[in-house]
Ligand binder design. Structure first.
Ligand code: NI
Length: 188
């Protein structure tokens, strides 16, 4: 099932998400999240982006890793914890399915140690680096209620402010199904 993707301006994106309990069908939910992510040509999707305030996200770094001749990582992360980050922060231009049409450089560390459960509730601890680490840190932010634009400061932030306002008002151009923020729905 493809979910509409929640857009910037929806409060669910700003709220720290809840732990995923075992009564949730995480297999089905992760399949749906992959399907939703792929139809929007994304490389990561967190549950709050489909309106579910749960600590869970999926990633498939294949499209980005292929460019560098590497094999991608396709994974489901449930109740993840970032145990450690390593290396010097570096800038990379990020975007987000919930914030269409905006891209900006974000500083993040290149290497992480992450503990999580998979869609079979198996526990893992893994060291991940490169593009998958970047995607995971972006998605992990989502379950903490943080968006990549929250890391953008100064002039660049002022430049994108108008565009962010437009998205939250429902003035948005995306080639996938979206759910407009409630504010925007009331206005139209
Ligand atoms: Ni995002």
């Amino acid at each position: 099932m493809i979910y509409p993707i929640v857009l910037y301006g929806d409060p669910v994106l700003k709220k720290p998400a809840e732990l995923v309990e075992s009564d949730i069908d995480v297999k089905q939910l992760s399949e749906d999240m992959f399907e939703t992510m792929y139809q929007a040509s994304g490389v990561g999707l967190a549950a709050p982006q489909i309106g579910k305030s749960l600590r869970m996200f999926v990633i498939d770094s294949t499209p980005l890793d292929e460019d560098e001749g590497k094999e991608g990582i396709r994974r489901v992360f449930i109740n993840p914890e970032i145990l450690e980050t390593e290396g010097d922060d570096f800038a990379f231009e990020e975007g987000c399915l919930s914030i269409p049409g905006i891209r900006a450089d974000v500083q993040r560390p290149p290497k992480i140690t992450i503990q999580y459960q998979d869609e079979n509730w198996q526990e893992h601890t893994e060291i991940i680096e490169g593009m998958p680490a970047r995607i995971i840190l972006h998605e992990y932010d989502h379950i903490e209620g943080v968006l990549f634009v929250d890391h953008v400061k100064g002039l660049k932030k002022r430049l994108i402010k108008g565009k962010l306002g437009n998205i939250s008002k429902g003035q948005v151009d995306a080639n996938y199904r979206v759910k407009l923020p409630a504010k925007a729905v009331r206005r139209t």
